[in-house]
Design a protein. Structure first.
Lengths: 139, 300
């Protein structure tokens, strides 16, 4: 598996959530491809030096969210297109949270709503060069 | 991994003369789990371990629901805090002793582990460094495919790489069905490897539960402001608020429950950033043994 995950038990974010987010992001970015096999619970627990139950919980929740599928005796795999779509949706949640934080910060330092909109517009134009209106509604 | 208790300790009390080492302690360790025991020096951790192993006479300790029977020792490994190997014997001789003593001794496994810890089997234990002696005791403990591993400070004296190996071995044994109970002063190790934890202080059990759950029970709301952190009305009187710490631009509030409401109240003060975090195990430990400023503030 090419993706390398890390967890920080001290970060204040539960380890299972850190891992879920990293795996979803890897799927959304294509680092983990559909059909790709995930390490066993034991292997990943040892790679990350974390309790196996934490990994088992991560796999359970990823399966519930439709990102991976587990077949007994064979292991856990990234689901087909559905998996990517589900993971992308999850990654969009992360983006929404980041935008929320940015707006809250802008407000706290006295930026007006109009200024905030201008800043946002400028960021959009910077990162989507040449695209006026995004047609992509898949998110 | 079932919820069946592999080890249950009920009302354990142990006195050494006038000293009450462990007072009415009860614990349950689920089969196949990794259980961490935290405590300051002299908290009673080692006494608890000794009682579990019948080295000191306990009140009531059950393995698989029955009192400790000699046959149980065959599937049990104990690594004491102070190394109990023979200085005049070599590593290889200790392995041979282990082979003769334990039916499930696995020599191939022992050799792999010697390799993992970089130990020379031809050397006498007396010539090993303190860390190497600890490692040797661990090799022997893990070489018998134990059902129960009792490890008292298993990583003391080991370098960080070998400390990781010890945790990985514990994790690996636990996925194979073994029950592991270990003590450590390194809270971070317990936080990573253990599913459940018990915190002992002055001979009594102060707190026990699932690590993730204990960490999530109390939220830490951390807000930074552009100027000095403002005072927030009603915070101290809120029954869910345990501790409010203000340091310059930083406001940190410990809240029992999910913390959303308190976070909203704080956000009306226009913080520059605001995060809701889980408590870390070190905070929990320090608060529990009364070593943190949190102790002299009103309980929620």
């Amino acid at each position: 598996m090419p993706a390398v995950f890390t967890v920080d038990p001290h970060s204040g974010v539960p380890m299972y959530l850190q891992l879920i987010e990293q795996i979803k992001r890897s799927v959304a970015l294509g680092v983990l491809a559909p059909g790709e096999q995930l390490p066993t619970v034991k292997q990943l627990a040892m790679d990350l030096t974390i309790n196996p139950n934490t990994v088992a919980r991560v796999y359970r929740e990823l399966e519930r969210d439709g990102v991976i599928e587990t077949s007994p005796g064979r292991g856990s795999f990234i689901r087909g297109n559905g998996g990517v779509r589900n993971a992308t949706r999850a990654a969009a949640d992360v983006a929404a949270a980041a935008i929320d934080t940015a707006v809250r910060e802008a407000k706290s330092i006295g930026i007006t709503p109009q200024q905030a909109r201008d800043l946002f517009q400028r960021a959009v134009e910077h990162w989507y060069p040449g695209q006026h209106e995004t047609e992509d509604r898949s998110l | 991994m079932s919820d069946l208790a592999k080890i249950s300790i009920n009302g354990l009390t142990k006195r050494y003369g006038q000293t009450l080492a462990v007072d009415n302690m009860s614990l349950s360790v689920p089969a196949g789990s990794i259980f961490g025991l935290l405590g300051t020096n002299g908290a009673g951790k080692t006494t608890t371990f000794k009682c579990m192993l019948g080295l000191a006479q306990p009140t009531s300790i059950l393995f698989d629901g029955t009192p400790l029977v000699p046959e149980m020792f065959e599937r049990m490994s104990y690594v004491p805090e102070r190394c109990a190997l023979y200085d005049w014997m070599t590593g290889a001789e200790h392995m041979e002793l282990q082979r003769r003593s334990f039916r499930f001794y696995d020599h191939k496994r022992a050799l792999q582990l010697m390799d993992l810890f970089g130990l020379d089997a031809k050397k006498k234990i007396g010539k090993y460094s303190k860390g190497q002696q600890t490692a040797m005791a661990l090799v022997l403990a893990f070489s018998i495919h134990p059902e129960v591993l009792v490890l008292d400070e298993p990583s003391s004296g080991l370098d960080p790489v070998h400390q990781r190996h010890v945790l990985d071995l514990m994790i690996s044994e636990s996925t194979g069905g073994a029950t592991v109970i270990f003590s450590s002063h390194q809270v971070g190790q317990v936080e990573r490897a253990a599913e459940r934890v018990a915190i002992m202080h002055e001979g009594t059990l102060r707190l026990t539960g699932e690590v993730e759950q204990l960490k999530a029970d109390v939220k830490v709301i951390e807000a930074t402001f552009d100027g000095d952190a403002p005072s927030v009305n009603g915070l101290q009187s809120d029954p869910s608020v345990g501790l409010v710490r203000r340091a310059g631009r930083l406001l940190r509030v410990y809240v029992r429950g999910n913390g959303d409401e308190i976070a909203r109240t704080i956000s009306t003060k226009g913080p520059r950033s605001l995060r809701i975090l889980d408590q870390n195990l070190e905070d929990i430990f320090l608060t529990t043994v009364g070593a943190s400023p949190a102790a002299d503030l009103p309980e929620s």
